[in-house]
Ligand binder design. Structure first.
Ligand SMILES: [Zn+2]
Ligand SMILES: [Zn+2]
Length: 650
């Protein structure tokens, strides 16, 4: 009897596939049970193999009577593993729905009732720009990356909905990516209002069973609309017709652990493989996307006007060198907040720092409270009465005396959202103050409740971090105060500046979205910084043009290609030695920066160091990385390695 041989992907950080034997034919993409060493593991059959020269183990069991992955899905995963130079087995396992990661679970047989879509038209009339954008998208045949660049409030979603409608009529399905789980409910709600029960959510906050059900529903019948986060890019859609990536600039699309892929970039690749259009929407497109437009690789539609007559907010810069601040707020800011409250409107204080005070130190000897495993400064949290490490979440009791010199001279400096909240509460006693940050939104549904509260308190002060700037509409918001933007302004990480510009424009976009003309105050100790001068006009395009020019002059991405090679161990010396050894590999056409400590220099007792590799040619970067990876694999492992291709932060 003839036996069959298969290459199987195993969830191990090893570059190769493993050949197994079976007495029966197995569909490519199937889940199988195999013996790996002495352990029974889940494997995915990736391809047929010829009989190897060495003795092979038998595949113990084929777990389902249908393949989990189609050839198209496997092709995409393998492309991604090659591109990001990540072990194939781990890359494949990253995309297995959690329910089927358990050996004991099998493909559930859900019998679904056919649902048909219904269309409930909105009674909003479309602007001329919206109509043009819709026509542009509808006219795309085959693969094309189309950017929908629209200022906040310009009605991007309405464009998506209209474009989707014509896809549904062709009985094709649509996948819509949003950057965060918290944005799924509102998007899903809006889509359901329009198209009824063919709309589904898919994200890691759902139970494995619920996700499995959506996985199957999507595969069985078209048309379907899936609203998902980055874990949904590989969903087995039957007859897909359109992909949409909303807020395409958002860094959350990059996976920051394990298999470091960009969900946006992979979905573009998938659209190309399927030969269907993909739409990237944003008020503040990434510089990478803008360059692709400039080079003619992507097409673009602009929405420059807001749907409702609301005007673009007025920006002003407040020089913080010239005045004493009260809990980080300038006198002008306080005067403006008061005005806004008198007019029964809302003010938003934006700062990306939660907790009470970001620094806890001794005034007599200079001791600074630091996390014992990360060495990052501990943030004092007034409500919890603890010092908390924002990197590893370790909590420490607050000392009464300096642990170093025993003096009772401990002080706090800087301000976080808690401190600003406390100060504003004492200053505007009768106003409602709503704080939105990770600490106030830990519980399921907490963010939705706070957003609801914001919308019912038409006159209030909102204090928030980045999470408040994403996708929420505050029609009564008349003032935005941006506190402590200086750190990003002077950061050595070029991506920090891009991020800052996007955040300022995004947060400003929350304001004055209906009839109110809003003000945006930028508090800075560098009031003459050229970046602030362009941001002051409130036009993202001007900001982006300026930063792109700088990047081009410095040959930084998107005018070159980068990879970060990061290692960690318990010893700084081991890290530096390991990185220096790699610097000696014969590299050509590569610029090398480092070794330097990573931005997270220590975590969980491990030190992190890195080198940045850069080349004007992606091919060349890739070729050299392969040399380096070979060298790493050949060496005895004294440190652990992580490779980040196309990094979005240093
Ligand atoms: Zn001291
Ligand atoms: Zn820590």
């Amino acid at each position: 009897m003839k036996n069959f041989f298969y290459d199987v992907a195993v969830n191990r950080p090893l570059p190769q596939l493993f050949t197994y034997e079976s007495s029966k034919a197995i569909q490519i993409g199937s889940r199988v049970k195999i013996l790996f060493g002495k352990k029974e593991l889940l494997g995915i059959v990736l391809r047929k193999s010829s009989q190897p020269e060495f003795q092979t183990n038998l595949i113990l069991d084929v777990l389902d009577d249908q393949a989990l992955f189609s050839r198209h899905q496997l092709e995409l995963i393998q492309w991604a593993a090659d591109y990001y130079k990540h072990p194939k087995g781990e890359a494949v396992h990253n995309f297995i729905p959690p329910y089927l990661k358990k050996l004991g679970n099998t493909f559930p047989k859900t019998i679904t009732e056919s649902v048909h879509y219904s269309i409930t038209k909105s009674n909003l009339s479309l602007t001329k720009e919206q109509k043009t954008a819709i026509a542009n998208i509808q006219n795309i045949t085959g693969f094309n990356t189309h950017v929908l660049q629209g200022v906040t409030g310009s009605g991007k979603t309405e464009v998506y909905l209209e474009a989707i409608e014509s896809i549904l009529k062709k009985k094709q399905s649509v996948l819509v990516l949003v950057p965060e789980i918290s944005l799924v409910p509102q998007t899903l709600g809006r889509f359901k209002d329009r198209f009824g029960d063919i709309c589904y959510a898919y994200h890691s906050g759902m139970t494995p069973k619920a996700r499995m059900q959506v996985w199957e529903e999507a595969a069985i019948e078209a048309p379907k609309i899936i609203i998902g986060t980055r874990s949904s890019i590989l969903l087995p859609l039957k007859n897909p017709g359109l992909f949409i990536v909303d807020e395409e600039h958002d860094k959350s699309y990059k996976q920051h652990e394990g298999f470091r892929f960009s969900a946006r970039d992979l979905l573009i690749k998938r659209a190309q493989m399927l030969d269907i259009p993909i739409v990237l929407g944003s008020a503040t497109p990434s510089l990478q996307t803008l360059r692709s437009i400039n080079e003619g690789r992507y097409t673009v539609s602009h929405l420059r006007e807001r749907v409702q007559a609301g005007t673009i907010p007025k920006f002003s810069i407040i020089d913080t060198n010239l005045q004493a601040l009260e809990s980080g707020l300038s006198q002008q800011a306080l005067v403006e907040i008061e005005k806004v409250l008198e007019q029964k409107q809302q003010a938003l204080i934006f700062l990306n720092r939660r907790g009470y005070a970001p620094k806890f130190l001794c005034a007599s000897c200079g001791w600074v409270a630091q996390c014992s495993s990360c060495e990052s400064n501990l943030v004092f949290h007034h409500i919890e009465k603890r010092m908390i490490c924002h990197r590893c979440d370790s909590r420490f009791a607050v000392p009464k005396h300096c642990p170093s010199c025993q003096e009772p001279s401990l002080i706090m400096s800087g301000q976080g959202t808690e401190k600003i909240e406390q100060f504003l509460q004492s200053r505007f006693v009768n106003s409602s103050i709503i704080r939105v940050d990770r600490d106030t939104t830990r519980k399921v549904g907490a963010l939705e409740n706070l957003i609801e509260e914001i919308n019912t308190h038409s006159s209030s002060i909102l204090i928030g971090t980045r999470m408040l700037t994403k996708g929420h509409h505050f029609p009564n918001l008349a003032l935005v105060v941006i506190v402590n933007l200086d750190q990003s302004l002077i950061s050595l990480d070029p991506f920090a500046l891009e991020d800052l510009g996007q955040q300022i424009i995004q947060v400003a976009g929350r304001a004055g979205r209906e009839k109110t003309a809003a003000k945006v105050l930028l508090q800075s100790g560098f009031p003459d910084h050229p970046i602030l001068a362009v941001l002051k006009n409130g036009k993202y395009e001007d900001f982006a043009t300026m930063v792109l020019k700088e990047r081009e002059e410095n040959k930084l991405p998107p005018f070159s290609f980068q990879a970060i090679l990061r290692c960690h161990s318990r010893s700084i010396k081991k890290n530096i030695d390991a990185l220096n050894k790699l610097a000696n590999v014969n590299l050509s056409g590569i610029e090398l920066f480092g070794p330097v400590p990573a931005s997270v220099a220590k975590k969980g007792g491990n030190y992190f160091h890195q080198i940045i590799l850069q080349s004007s040619s992606r091919k060349n970067l890739s070729k050299n990385l392969e040399l380096i990876l070979k060298k790493i694999q050949a060496d005895k492992r004294s440190v652990k390695w992580v490779l980040d291709i196309d990094p979005v932060e240093y």
